[in-house]
Design a protein around this ligand. Structure first.
Ligand code: 5GP
Ligand code: MN
Length: 326
């Protein structure tokens, strides 16, 4: 760690990258690390493949984040000229889309900090714990291992708390441990306002979003009680009807899992260029294997995602066959 610390402190151009469709943990961990590195007057930029939901905008530093899709030339130059690159909350270069190739070809020293299953070996240094609640928790552990936890300030705490809170379903998933709470408590001691963070993330629904959730649960959720599975399918047309914005379907896939006897839930949404699949499960049904084997994806054992380039109908048919619905 001493060697690594010296390497970090002597870097001229540092970038922090995180996965496509960044979530609370992706943005929270990136900003937490960003604010930490800034304390050493380092030159740091966060680059994300595409935009993130507006309910994360309250975190300090979001306006400095470079979105690759919106500023390709600038982002490419930043990646190519970086001498140190952090990869946060993703386990393989394909998870950052087109940026993956550019980062893979760059000469930068690569540090991976992640908690997803089956990490690929693209980094020079990996700080990975697949049992950890979140990458944000790992950022805390990483800073502590560097011997610098006294540098963790309130704004770092806010960002990391947001990542831990969103990735643990507000401290309820089995990945939540005494350590997770200890770390959260240390942020509260720094003065973070947990109610404010909760409100910013969860209580900022638009009318459109609430109606979309209502529509999805009433009209689109299909429950197959005898198989213990459920799914929700949303087409582009349906999403457009509710003026879909990024983040509007966040959390939707969890609802069917709360039905007694349902152990597998899928949300299938028709995006502009692909079909996106989101899986949640419990009780020893492992969706990361399912997602990587059948839908070009992966993730965690009880929360994973994937994608298809065929049509919505074909994707639903494929899923239903695999689940023995058809
Ligand atoms: P979500 O359903 O929320 O999009 O994703 C659930 C979890 O699976 C998240 O931790 C996400 O990062 C991960 N995930 C989603 N898609 C993929 C994928 O294609 N590959 C891998 N390795 N992980 C994914
Ligand atoms: Mn995560």
């Amino acid at each position: 760690m001493t060697e690594l610390k010296n390497k970090i402190l002597s870097s001229k151009n540092i970038i922090i990258t995180t996965h496509k469709s960044p979530d609370g943990d992706a943005i929270g961990s990136s900003l937490g690390l960003y604010h930490f590195l800034k304390k050493f007057d380092l030159n740091v930029t966060i680059i994300v493949p595409d935009s993130f939901p507006s309910f994360l905008n309250w975190m300090e530093g979001t306006s400095e984040i470079v979105i690759h899709e919106k500023n390709e030339a600038f982002s490419t130059r930043l990646i190519e000229s970086s001498d140190l690159a952090f990869s946060l909350d993703y386990n393989g270069l394909s998870r950052i889309g087109e940026m993956g190739k550019i980062l893979g070809n760059s000469k930068s020293y690569k540090i991976l900090i992640d908690h997803h299953q089956n990490p690929e070996s693209f980094a020079d240094f990996s700080f990975v714990d697949t049992n950890c609640s979140s990458t944000s928790q790992l950022i805390y552990e990483f800073i502590e291992k560097l011997g610098e936890s006294s540098k963790i300030s309130k704004n770092i705490g806010e960002c990391l708390y947001c990542g831990i809170m969103t990735d643990t379903g507000s401290f309820k998933y089995p990945s939540t441990t005494d350590r997770t709470h200890e770390i959260a408590a240390s942020f509260i001691k720094l003065g973070i306002d947990v109610s404010k963070i909760h409100n910013e993330v969860y209580d900022t629904n638009s009318e459109d979003r609430l109606r979309l959730i209502g529509f999805a649960l009433t009209e689109k959720m299909k429950v197959f009680h005898e198989l213990g599975v459920a799914h929700i399918v949303l087409s582009q047309e349906e999403l457009k009807r509710f003026n879909f914005k990024k983040g509007d379907t966040e959390g939707l896939v969890n609802y069917p899992l709360s039905i007694n006897g349902i152990k597998f839930s899928a949300l299938i949404t028709e995006k502009e260029n692909e079909i996106s699949l989101s899986f949640r499960s419990k009780d020893h049904v492992y969706v990361n294997e399912f997602a990587s084997k059948h839908f070009n994806g992966g993730g965690h054992i009880y929360a994973a995602g994937g994608r298809e380039t065929t049509t919505l109908t074909e994707t639903v048919e494929k899923l239903e066959k695999l689940l023995k619905i058809k």
